[in-house]
Design a protein around this ligand. Structure first.
Ligand code: F3S
Length: 422
C-alpha cells in the first residue's frame, strides 16, 4: 500500500495503541476493497450513540479507557433518550444508564457533543468537496448530496476508528470519478408543479427514489426549485436512505454537483430512466402510511431532529391553540435548537400549546408499548419506514400542518391529496 510517513508511524504504534488498532482495521477495510491509499478526513459524525446493546457500549469504553482520542472534529448523533427526561419518556433505567456510559466515553475521546441527527442544521457541517466519515444514513445522504462533501456509508462503530485515525481508505464516494449518476428519475406531466406546495410530496418522491436507486447513484430531474428548502432536503435524504441505501443523489439544477444534467452524469448518458407518476405517489403514500383512523394517540416529529425553522412553523400553525389532552404531541430537537427557541420565546409558546419538547433523543425510540399508543402520526418518511419493524406500528403520514391540526383535534385530519386514488 502507498502509505504516508505518518500512516506508517500510526501502524508502528508510534502514536499510541488505539491509533495503531484503528489503522489496522482500516487497512483491512482497504484490502477488502482493493484500495491502495488513504485520504485524510476533516471530520466525522459519530453514529454509535443510540443504545443498541452492551457490545456497542463496551467497545467505545474500551477505546476511551485505553487513551483513544478523535483526531478530527467528531460530532455526535442523537441518543436513545433525553438524558434528563428519560423517565418521563418511559425509558427504562438500563437504557438511561447505558446512554450515560455512551455519552461519557464519547466525550472522553473528544467528541463535539451535538447529540443530533441533523448536525448540518446547527452549524457544524463540512464544506463542499471536503472528505468526511459518517455512519448515520440521513447525514451521509445530506452531506454528499446537498453539501457536496464526501463520505461513504460507513457502518457504526467503524466511523469511530476513522475519527481516531483521521483517515479513510480512498475509495467509493471519496473520489470524484465515483460520484456521477448512473440512472435518471423524471417527474411525469401528471404531477403538477403546484403539488410541491405540499411538503409531503418530497417525502413520497424520496421514498420512490430510494426504492428505485437502492444503493446506486441516481439523479432526479423536474423538481421545482422554488419549493426546495433545507428542511425538505433533510426529509428527502432521510427517506431515500431508508427506503433504499442511497448515499448520494443529484437533484438537477438544485444540488451542487448537478447544476446541469451533463454535470450530474459526467457527460455520459443515463443507463436507466424511470418516470414517476401520480399512481406511484399514491403507492408510496400507502407504503408509508396506514389508513387514517379517527382516534389519534400520538404525533411524533423530529426524525431527523426538527430545525429552528420547523419549530417556528409549528408555532405559527398552532396559532395559540392547544393540543387536545388525550393526544401526545412530541417533538425532538438538539440542545442548540432548544437554546434558539428559548431565546426567541417559541419554546414557552410551544409548551403552552401542550407540546412536549425533548432534546438529544431519537424519536424512533418512543416506547409505544409502554404508552399503549396504537395510532401514531408523523411527517417523517424515515420514521414511518422503520416504525413497523422497530416498534410494531405503522404510523400515518402527514405534512406539518396536518400533524398540528390532528394534534389539536385528537383525530387524523388530512387534506385532499391529488395523488390519493381511492
Ligand atoms: Fe434521528 Fe432517530 Fe430518526 S437518530 S434520524 S430520530 S431514527
Amino acid at each position: 500500500m502507498k502509505l504516508t510517513d505518518y500512516e506508517k508511524e500510526m501502524l508502528d504504534g508510534k502514536h499510541g495503541e488505539m491509533k495503531k488498532k484503528s489503522m489496522l482495521a482500516l487497512v483491512d477495510l482497504a484490502k477488502f476493497y482493493n484500495v491502495e491509499e488513504f485520504v485524510e478526513i476533516v471530520g466525522c459524525h459519530d453514529d454509535s450513540t443510540v443504545y443498541a446493546g452492551e457490545a456497542q457500549v463496551q467497545f467505545a469504553e474500551y477505546l476511551a479507557d485505553n487513551g483513544a482520542k478523535f483526531s478530527v472534529p467528531t460530532t455526535t448523533n442523537a441518543m436513545a433518550n433525553d438524558i434528563n427526561r428519560w423517565a418521563e419518556q418511559k425509558h427504562d433505567i438500563g437504557t438511561m444508564y447505558a446512554t450515560n456510559r455512551i455519552q461519557a466515553s464519547h466525550i472522553k475521546m473528544g467528541a463535539v457533543p451535538t447529540w443530533s441527527c441533523a448536525p448540518y442544521q446547527i452549524g457544524v457541517a463540512p464544506s463542499f468537496g471536503q472528505q468526511f466519515a459518517s455512519a448515520e444514513s440521513n447525514v451521509i445522504c445530506y452531506y454528499n448530496s446537498v453539501i457536496g462533501a464526501r463520505t461513504n456509508r460507513y457502518a457504526g462503530p467503524l466511523e469511530l476508528l476513522c475519527a481516531i485515525a483521521g483517515r479513510v481508505p480512498y475509495y467509493g464516494l471519496h473520489k470524484k470519478e465515483n460520484r456521477f449518476a448512473e440512472g435518471l428519475i423524471t417527474i411525469g406531466n401528471d404531477i403538477k408543479e403546484e403539488y410541491f406546495e405540499d411538503r409531503e410530496i418530497f417525502t413520497l418522491i424520496g421514498y420512490l427514489f430510494g426504492e428505485i436507486a437502492a444503493d446506486r447513484i441516481f439523479a432526479i430531474d423536474g423538481i421545482p426549485g422554488k419549493y426546495v428548502s433545507n428542511d425538505v432536503l433533510k426529509q428527502f435524504s432521510a427517506t431515500a436512505s431508508s427506503s433504499g441505501g442511497v448515499a448520494l443523489f443529484h437533484m438537477i439544477g438544485i444540488t451542487p454537483e448537478a447544476k446541469t444534467k451533463s454535470e450530474a452524469f459526467g457527460g455520459r448518458v443515463p443507463k436507466e430512466v424511470f418516470e414517476i407518476h401520480i399512481e406511484d405517489l399514491n403507492r408510496a403514500e400507502k407504503m408509508l402510511s396506514s389508513e387514517s383512523k379517527d382516534n389519534l394517540d400520538a404525533v411524533l416529529l423530529g426524525c431527523p431532529h426538527l430545525s429552528y425553522n420547523e419549530c417556528v412553523q409549528i408555532n405559527k400553525l398552532l396559532a395559540g391553540r392547544r393540543i387536545v389532552e388525550k393526544t401526545q404531541f412530541w417533538i425532538t430537537i438538539s440542545k442548540v435548537t432548544e437554546d434558539l427557541i428559548k431565546e426567541s420565546g417559541i419554546y414557552e409558546s410551544l409548551l403552552r400549546s401542550g407540546i412536549e419538547i425533548y432534546t438529544d433523543g431519537c424519536i424512533l425510540e418512543y416506547r409505544n408499548d409502554k404508552w399503549n399508543s396504537k395510532v401514531i402520526m408523523s411527517d417523517s418518511g424515515k420514521f414511518n419506514s422503520y416504525a413497523f419493524s422497530m416498534r410494531g406500528v405503522q404510523p400515518i403520514i402527514g405534512n406539518l400542518r396536518e400533524c398540528v391540526e390532528s394534534g389539536i383535534y385528537g383525530k387524523v385530519v388530512k387534506g385532499e391529496k391529488p395523488w390519493k386514488i381511492h
